[in-house]
Design a protein around this ligand. Structure first.
Ligand SMILES: NC(=O)c1ccc[n+]([C@@H]2O[C@H](COP(=O)([O-])OP(=O)(O)OC[C@H]3O[C@@H](n4cnc5c(N)ncnc54)[C@H](OP(=O)(O)O)[C@@H]3O)[C@@H](O)[C@H]2O)c1
Length: 275
Protein backbone atom coordinates (compact mmCIF):
# COMPACT_ATOMS: atom_id res chain seq x y z
CA UNK A 1 0.00 0.00 0.00
CA UNK A 2 1.47 3.34 -1.01
CA UNK A 3 1.46 6.27 1.36
CA UNK A 4 0.58 9.15 -0.89
CA UNK A 5 2.64 12.15 0.05
CA UNK A 6 1.13 14.45 -2.54
CA UNK A 7 -2.29 14.56 -4.13
CA UNK A 8 -2.45 11.68 -6.57
CA UNK A 9 -4.63 13.75 -8.90
CA UNK A 10 -4.36 17.10 -10.61
CA UNK A 11 -7.56 19.09 -10.96
CA UNK A 12 -7.78 20.48 -14.48
CA UNK A 13 -9.16 23.96 -15.21
CA UNK A 14 -12.63 22.50 -15.93
CA UNK A 15 -12.76 20.49 -12.68
CA UNK A 16 -11.85 17.13 -14.25
CA UNK A 17 -9.43 15.13 -12.09
CA UNK A 18 -6.44 13.49 -13.75
CA UNK A 19 -4.13 10.98 -12.01
CA UNK A 20 -0.68 12.62 -11.75
CA UNK A 21 1.10 9.50 -12.92
CA UNK A 22 0.22 7.61 -16.08
CA UNK A 23 1.68 5.01 -18.41
CA UNK A 24 3.11 6.24 -21.73
CA UNK A 25 2.74 3.90 -24.70
CA UNK A 26 4.92 5.44 -27.43
CA UNK A 27 6.98 2.84 -29.33
CA UNK A 28 4.94 -0.03 -27.92
CA UNK A 29 3.94 -2.29 -30.76
CA UNK A 30 0.25 -3.20 -30.51
CA UNK A 31 0.41 -6.56 -28.69
CA UNK A 32 3.06 -5.23 -26.36
CA UNK A 33 0.83 -2.25 -25.61
CA UNK A 34 -2.08 -4.56 -24.75
CA UNK A 35 0.02 -6.57 -22.29
CA UNK A 36 1.64 -3.47 -20.80
CA UNK A 37 -1.66 -1.67 -20.26
CA UNK A 38 -3.07 -4.80 -18.57
CA UNK A 39 0.01 -4.99 -16.33
CA UNK A 40 -0.15 -1.31 -15.49
CA UNK A 41 -3.85 -1.43 -14.60
CA UNK A 42 -3.31 -4.48 -12.40
CA UNK A 43 -0.58 -2.56 -10.53
CA UNK A 44 -2.84 0.44 -9.89
CA UNK A 45 -2.19 2.77 -12.84
CA UNK A 46 -5.39 4.56 -13.86
CA UNK A 47 -4.05 6.87 -16.57
CA UNK A 48 -2.95 5.74 -20.02
CA UNK A 49 -1.41 7.98 -22.69
CA UNK A 50 -1.70 6.98 -26.35
CA UNK A 51 -1.97 8.76 -29.72
CA UNK A 52 -3.20 7.93 -33.19
CA UNK A 53 0.46 8.16 -34.25
CA UNK A 54 1.44 5.31 -31.91
CA UNK A 55 -0.70 2.78 -33.81
CA UNK A 56 -1.87 1.02 -30.65
CA UNK A 57 -5.20 2.67 -29.79
CA UNK A 58 -7.16 -0.51 -30.59
CA UNK A 59 -5.07 -2.62 -28.20
CA UNK A 60 -5.08 0.06 -25.49
CA UNK A 61 -8.90 0.09 -25.61
CA UNK A 62 -9.10 -3.71 -25.62
CA UNK A 63 -6.77 -3.98 -22.62
CA UNK A 64 -8.86 -1.51 -20.62
CA UNK A 65 -12.01 -3.55 -21.32
CA UNK A 66 -10.21 -6.82 -20.64
CA UNK A 67 -9.00 -5.51 -17.25
CA UNK A 68 -12.58 -5.46 -15.97
CA UNK A 69 -11.97 -2.02 -14.44
CA UNK A 70 -14.81 0.47 -14.96
CA UNK A 71 -14.15 2.69 -17.96
CA UNK A 72 -14.89 5.69 -15.72
CA UNK A 73 -11.97 4.82 -13.47
CA UNK A 74 -9.33 5.01 -16.19
CA UNK A 75 -8.14 8.34 -17.59
CA UNK A 76 -7.45 7.89 -21.31
CA UNK A 77 -5.59 10.43 -23.47
CA UNK A 78 -5.16 10.34 -27.21
CA UNK A 79 -3.95 12.90 -29.76
CA UNK A 80 -4.59 14.22 -33.24
CA UNK A 81 -1.58 13.71 -35.50
CA UNK A 82 0.14 16.26 -37.74
CA UNK A 83 -1.46 15.18 -41.01
CA UNK A 84 -4.97 15.55 -39.58
CA UNK A 85 -4.96 19.29 -38.90
CA UNK A 86 -7.91 21.45 -39.99
CA UNK A 87 -11.51 21.35 -38.76
CA UNK A 88 -12.89 18.53 -40.91
CA UNK A 89 -9.84 16.28 -40.79
CA UNK A 90 -9.43 16.63 -37.03
CA UNK A 91 -13.05 15.65 -36.43
CA UNK A 92 -12.63 12.64 -38.72
CA UNK A 93 -9.40 11.70 -36.93
CA UNK A 94 -11.20 11.89 -33.59
CA UNK A 95 -13.98 9.59 -34.82
CA UNK A 96 -11.31 7.11 -36.01
CA UNK A 97 -9.53 7.21 -32.66
CA UNK A 98 -12.79 6.65 -30.75
CA UNK A 99 -13.67 3.75 -32.99
CA UNK A 100 -10.23 2.13 -32.57
CA UNK A 101 -10.34 2.64 -28.81
CA UNK A 102 -13.89 1.23 -28.78
CA UNK A 103 -15.01 4.10 -26.56
CA UNK A 104 -17.74 6.71 -26.71
CA UNK A 105 -15.47 9.41 -25.25
CA UNK A 106 -11.89 10.02 -24.17
CA UNK A 107 -10.78 11.84 -21.05
CA UNK A 108 -8.30 14.08 -22.83
CA UNK A 109 -7.81 14.88 -26.50
CA UNK A 110 -4.65 16.75 -27.48
CA UNK A 111 -3.20 18.46 -30.54
CA UNK A 112 0.05 16.47 -30.83
CA UNK A 113 2.27 19.22 -32.34
CA UNK A 114 1.70 22.94 -33.10
CA UNK A 115 1.51 22.56 -36.88
CA UNK A 116 0.12 25.18 -39.27
CA UNK A 117 -3.67 24.91 -39.21
CA UNK A 118 -3.68 24.45 -35.43
CA UNK A 119 -6.26 27.18 -34.82
CA UNK A 120 -8.80 25.42 -37.05
CA UNK A 121 -7.89 22.16 -35.36
CA UNK A 122 -8.46 23.77 -31.97
CA UNK A 123 -11.96 24.83 -33.07
CA UNK A 124 -12.62 21.17 -33.91
CA UNK A 125 -11.43 20.14 -30.45
CA UNK A 126 -13.67 22.78 -28.89
CA UNK A 127 -16.66 21.33 -30.68
CA UNK A 128 -15.64 17.77 -29.71
CA UNK A 129 -15.51 18.96 -26.09
CA UNK A 130 -18.87 20.69 -26.31
CA UNK A 131 -20.43 17.56 -27.80
CA UNK A 132 -19.07 15.45 -24.90
CA UNK A 133 -16.55 13.48 -26.97
CA UNK A 134 -13.67 14.51 -24.69
CA UNK A 135 -13.92 15.38 -20.98
CA UNK A 136 -10.99 17.78 -21.47
CA UNK A 137 -9.00 19.12 -24.42
CA UNK A 138 -5.47 20.35 -24.60
CA UNK A 139 -2.26 20.64 -26.55
CA UNK A 140 1.19 19.11 -26.72
CA UNK A 141 4.55 20.63 -27.62
CA UNK A 142 3.05 24.12 -27.46
CA UNK A 143 5.63 26.70 -26.43
CA UNK A 144 4.60 30.01 -24.76
CA UNK A 145 3.96 31.87 -28.00
CA UNK A 146 1.79 29.00 -29.33
CA UNK A 147 -0.17 29.16 -26.09
CA UNK A 148 -0.51 32.95 -26.31
CA UNK A 149 -1.93 32.62 -29.81
CA UNK A 150 -4.40 29.94 -28.75
CA UNK A 151 -5.53 31.80 -25.65
CA UNK A 152 -6.11 34.92 -27.71
CA UNK A 153 -7.92 33.30 -30.64
CA UNK A 154 -9.67 30.27 -29.10
CA UNK A 155 -12.87 30.19 -27.02
CA UNK A 156 -11.78 27.52 -24.54
CA UNK A 157 -8.42 27.53 -22.73
CA UNK A 158 -6.49 24.27 -23.05
CA UNK A 159 -6.64 22.13 -19.91
CA UNK A 160 -3.14 20.69 -20.44
CA UNK A 161 0.10 21.28 -22.26
CA UNK A 162 2.00 18.00 -22.60
CA UNK A 163 5.69 18.76 -23.21
CA UNK A 164 9.02 17.01 -22.84
CA UNK A 165 10.22 17.79 -19.32
CA UNK A 166 12.82 16.33 -16.95
CA UNK A 167 15.73 17.74 -14.92
CA UNK A 168 17.87 17.88 -18.08
CA UNK A 169 15.22 19.87 -20.04
CA UNK A 170 13.25 21.91 -17.54
CA UNK A 171 11.06 24.07 -19.77
CA UNK A 172 10.57 26.71 -17.08
CA UNK A 173 9.23 29.11 -19.72
CA UNK A 174 6.36 26.73 -20.46
CA UNK A 175 5.74 25.99 -16.79
CA UNK A 176 5.54 29.72 -15.95
CA UNK A 177 3.26 30.48 -18.89
CA UNK A 178 0.93 27.59 -18.03
CA UNK A 179 0.78 28.48 -14.35
CA UNK A 180 -0.24 32.04 -15.20
CA UNK A 181 -3.21 30.76 -17.22
CA UNK A 182 -4.28 27.77 -15.12
CA UNK A 183 -3.09 25.24 -17.70
CA UNK A 184 -1.79 21.99 -16.19
CA UNK A 185 1.55 20.69 -17.41
CA UNK A 186 2.22 17.05 -18.17
CA UNK A 187 5.79 15.78 -18.65
CA UNK A 188 6.42 13.41 -21.52
CA UNK A 189 9.72 11.53 -21.66
CA UNK A 190 10.13 12.27 -17.91
CA UNK A 191 13.03 9.78 -17.93
CA UNK A 192 14.60 11.46 -20.98
CA UNK A 193 14.20 8.00 -22.58
CA UNK A 194 16.81 6.69 -20.16
CA UNK A 195 19.64 8.89 -21.51
CA UNK A 196 20.73 10.46 -18.23
CA UNK A 197 19.96 7.73 -15.71
CA UNK A 198 23.70 7.31 -15.04
CA UNK A 199 24.29 11.01 -14.33
CA UNK A 200 26.46 11.27 -11.18
CA UNK A 201 24.51 14.06 -9.51
CA UNK A 202 21.23 12.26 -10.14
CA UNK A 203 22.73 9.03 -8.79
CA UNK A 204 23.92 10.83 -5.64
CA UNK A 205 20.43 12.28 -4.99
CA UNK A 206 18.90 8.84 -5.59
CA UNK A 207 21.28 7.13 -3.20
CA UNK A 208 20.78 9.78 -0.47
CA UNK A 209 17.03 9.14 -0.66
CA UNK A 210 17.25 5.36 -0.97
CA UNK A 211 15.56 5.55 -4.38
CA UNK A 212 16.42 4.86 -8.02
CA UNK A 213 17.45 7.56 -10.52
CA UNK A 214 14.20 6.93 -12.46
CA UNK A 215 12.11 7.51 -9.34
CA UNK A 216 13.99 10.73 -8.62
CA UNK A 217 13.42 12.03 -12.16
CA UNK A 218 9.69 11.33 -11.96
CA UNK A 219 9.42 12.70 -8.44
CA UNK A 220 11.12 15.95 -9.50
CA UNK A 221 8.24 16.48 -12.00
CA UNK A 222 5.55 15.64 -9.47
CA UNK A 223 6.94 18.05 -6.87
CA UNK A 224 6.80 20.85 -9.45
CA UNK A 225 3.07 20.13 -9.74
CA UNK A 226 3.60 18.46 -13.11
CA UNK A 227 1.98 15.15 -14.13
CA UNK A 228 4.25 12.47 -15.64
CA UNK A 229 3.71 9.58 -18.05
CA UNK A 230 6.84 7.37 -18.03
CA UNK A 231 6.79 4.51 -20.52
CA UNK A 232 7.95 1.01 -19.75
CA UNK A 233 6.95 -2.47 -20.87
CA UNK A 234 8.53 -4.03 -17.78
CA UNK A 235 6.16 -4.84 -14.92
CA UNK A 236 8.98 -4.33 -12.40
CA UNK A 237 9.76 -0.87 -13.75
CA UNK A 238 6.07 0.03 -13.80
CA UNK A 239 5.97 -0.71 -10.09
CA UNK A 240 9.23 1.19 -9.51
CA UNK A 241 7.89 4.22 -11.39
CA UNK A 242 4.55 4.13 -9.54
CA UNK A 243 6.45 4.20 -6.26
CA UNK A 244 7.60 7.72 -7.14
CA UNK A 245 4.34 8.69 -5.46
CA UNK A 246 5.37 7.53 -2.01
CA UNK A 247 8.37 9.64 -1.02
CA UNK A 248 9.36 13.29 -0.85
CA UNK A 249 12.57 14.90 -2.13
CA UNK A 250 13.84 17.47 0.37
CA UNK A 251 14.14 21.07 -0.92
CA UNK A 252 17.95 20.86 -1.08
CA UNK A 253 17.75 17.85 -3.43
CA UNK A 254 15.14 19.61 -5.58
CA UNK A 255 17.56 22.56 -5.77
CA UNK A 256 20.40 20.24 -6.79
CA UNK A 257 18.25 18.73 -9.56
CA UNK A 258 17.22 22.22 -10.66
CA UNK A 259 20.88 22.78 -11.57
CA UNK A 260 20.96 19.85 -14.03
CA UNK A 261 19.45 21.80 -16.96
CA UNK A 262 21.30 20.81 -20.19
CA UNK A 263 18.66 21.70 -22.81
CA UNK A 264 18.78 17.97 -23.59
CA UNK A 265 15.86 17.27 -25.94
CA UNK A 266 15.04 13.72 -27.08
CA UNK A 267 12.77 14.68 -29.99
CA UNK A 268 14.13 15.46 -33.45
CA UNK A 269 11.85 18.45 -33.77
CA UNK A 270 12.36 21.53 -31.64
CA UNK A 271 8.88 22.85 -30.78
CA UNK A 272 10.36 26.33 -30.26
CA UNK A 273 11.12 26.39 -33.97
CA UNK A 274 7.60 25.58 -35.14
CA UNK A 275 6.08 28.55 -36.88
N1 LIG B 1 3.33 14.44 -26.96
C1 LIG B 1 4.46 14.04 -27.51
O1 LIG B 1 4.94 14.60 -28.52
C2 LIG B 1 5.18 12.88 -26.90
C3 LIG B 1 6.50 12.61 -27.30
C4 LIG B 1 7.15 11.54 -26.69
C5 LIG B 1 6.51 10.80 -25.71
N2 LIG B 1 5.22 11.07 -25.36
C6 LIG B 1 4.49 10.26 -24.34
O2 LIG B 1 5.28 10.19 -23.16
C7 LIG B 1 5.56 8.83 -22.84
C8 LIG B 1 6.89 8.70 -22.16
O3 LIG B 1 7.94 9.20 -22.95
P1 LIG B 1 9.02 8.27 -23.69
O4 LIG B 1 8.43 6.94 -23.97
O5 LIG B 1 9.52 9.07 -24.84
O6 LIG B 1 10.24 8.18 -22.69
P2 LIG B 1 10.47 7.94 -21.11
O7 LIG B 1 9.23 7.55 -20.43
O8 LIG B 1 11.24 9.12 -20.63
O9 LIG B 1 11.51 6.75 -21.14
C9 LIG B 1 11.18 5.48 -21.61
C10 LIG B 1 12.45 4.64 -21.60
O10 LIG B 1 12.92 4.50 -20.26
C11 LIG B 1 12.98 3.11 -19.92
N3 LIG B 1 12.51 3.01 -18.51
C12 LIG B 1 11.25 3.16 -18.06
N4 LIG B 1 11.21 3.04 -16.72
C13 LIG B 1 12.48 2.81 -16.31
C14 LIG B 1 13.08 2.61 -15.05
N5 LIG B 1 12.36 2.61 -13.93
N6 LIG B 1 14.44 2.41 -15.00
C15 LIG B 1 15.18 2.42 -16.13
N7 LIG B 1 14.67 2.61 -17.37
C16 LIG B 1 13.32 2.81 -17.45
C17 LIG B 1 12.08 2.39 -20.90
O11 LIG B 1 12.56 1.10 -21.20
P3 LIG B 1 11.64 -0.24 -21.08
O12 LIG B 1 10.35 0.00 -21.80
O13 LIG B 1 12.50 -1.26 -21.74
O14 LIG B 1 11.47 -0.47 -19.62
C18 LIG B 1 12.23 3.26 -22.15
O15 LIG B 1 13.40 2.92 -22.86
C19 LIG B 1 5.49 8.15 -24.22
O16 LIG B 1 5.42 6.76 -24.11
C20 LIG B 1 4.28 8.82 -24.80
O17 LIG B 1 3.08 8.28 -24.23
C21 LIG B 1 4.56 12.12 -25.93
Amino acid sequence: MLTMSLPAHIELNNGVRMPVLGLGTYLMEPERARRSVLDALSLGYRHIDTASFYGNEREVGEAIRESGIDRDEVFVTTKVWNDDHGHYRAKEAFRRSLSLLGMDHVDLYLIHWPMPGRLETWKALESIYEEGGARAIGVSNFMPRHLDELLERGSIAPAIDQVEMHPFLQRNDVLDRCRRSGIAVEAYSPLARGRHLDDRTLAAVASRNGRTPAQVMIRWCLQRGVAAIPKTTSRERMKENLESLDFVLPPEDMATLDKLERNSRTTTWDPHEMA
